[in-house]
Design a binder for this molecule. Structure first.
Ligand SMILES: [Zn+2]
Length: 333
């Protein structure tokens, strides 16, 4: 829709009222997407983004903690902060219905959202960031982990400030951190469920630690599990999904599916049941190639894993499954 004019605002401080403002009221302070520049001792900024998904409030809450910290401490490094999808935040939704997902617009496209993303990216590139962190929450139950797009020591060091797991992937296409990884170390920090104080604290600590890094260490010095994504699991949008044994549907998944996240699943174990014989599961690798046959084999109505895999981001939330995907299968890299 060319009718929507998305403005990009600029500020050089965090508004004082932020401390008392919930993410859903973000537009009282940031009526439009905003880039905020804060000066610190080291000039190449840390890029931090929040509310790329409107219902994932961890970044907003972490910035409020940062603002409180800044009242007593000078910034060791400059910050370039992007407040993303304020309209979706106002609606407490991942994205505005009928509009693009703000974490899929960073690789070119012809909507007003893509134009906004291109402007932000050009400014970020020109600022020569030291590193970049995009803060998100998860729908499913997952430990803290980060997405990295290049297997580089700085990207992994950023991850290790925050989590024990790095998920190495370029999928799905058009994410903010992947675009940023073209010109600086960049991660998506996946901070667990929204509204959990410990997750907000973890996100704040990540920003603080990253602000204090003055050199990058080698990968060998890091205590981190790195997983390569083998494929993204998609379910046919028309398929009836059931989580209860014996219920009628096209695909039966275990109700406890999310407990598999970041735990190893052995070769030959059952992943799902296909109840009507219809192939409603598709797995695609980072290049969009169909790798379903490579990761699953059929035995009767069961879908079995062909090798040992570690799942991640599995969710039982049907809206998330249909809007995004069921989850990912990974292998140690
Ligand atoms: Zn998100």
């Amino acid at each position: 829709m060319a009718d929507l004019d998305l403005r990009l605002d600029r500020m050089d401080q965090l508004p004082g009222a932020m401390a008392r403002t919930a993410a859903r009221d973000v537009r009282t302070l940031f009526p439009e997407s905003t880039l905020i520049t804060l000066e610190g001792r080291q000039k190449d900024p840390l890029f931090v983004s929040a509310l790329i998904h409107g219902n994932e409030t961890v970044g907003w809450e972490a910035l409020k903690k940062l603002q409180a910290w800044m009242t007593h401490h000078p910034l060791p490094r400059s910050l370039l902060i992007f407040i993303g999808n304020v309209r979706a935040a106002e609606q407490q939704k991942r994205m505005v219905p009928g509009r693009p997902d703000y974490n899929r617009i960073w690789k070119g496209g012809d909507t007003p959202e893509h134009a906004l993303a291109a402007r932000v990216l050009a400014e970020a590139r020109a600022a020569r960031p030291f590193a970049a962190i995009d803060l998100h929450n998860n729908t499913g139950a997952n430990p803290l982990y980060a997405l990295v797009h290049e297997r580089r020591a700085p990207d992994l060091q950023l991850t290790s400030l925050f989590a024990a797991h790095a998920m190495w992937t370029r999928n799905p296409p058009g994410t903010l951190s992947e675009a940023l990884s073209d010109f600086c170390p960049a991660i998506t920090a996946e901070c667990g469920h929204s509204g959990i104080a410990a997750n907000e604290e973890a996100a704040f600590n990540l920003i603080l630690d990253a602000l204090h890094i003055d050199h990058w260490r080698g990968e060998a010095d890091l205590d981190l599990d790195v997983y390569r994504v083998t494929g993204r699991i998609e379910i046919d949008p028309d398929a009836a999904i059931v989580f209860e044994h014996g219920a009628a549907g096209d695909i039966e998944l275990p109700a406890s599916l999310e407990k598999w996240n970041f735990f190893d699943r052995p070769a030959g174990s059952t992943f799902a049941r296909l109840l009507n014989g219809k192939d409603v599961v598709r797995v695609c690798d980072d290049d969009g190639r169909d790798v379903t046959e490579d990761v699953f084999r059929r035995e009767g109505d069961r879908l079995l894993l062909t090798r040992d895999f570690t799942p991640a981001m599995l969710t039982v939330n049907e809206t998330a499954i249909r809007a995004d995907c069921l989850g990912y299968l990974m292998e140690k890299a």
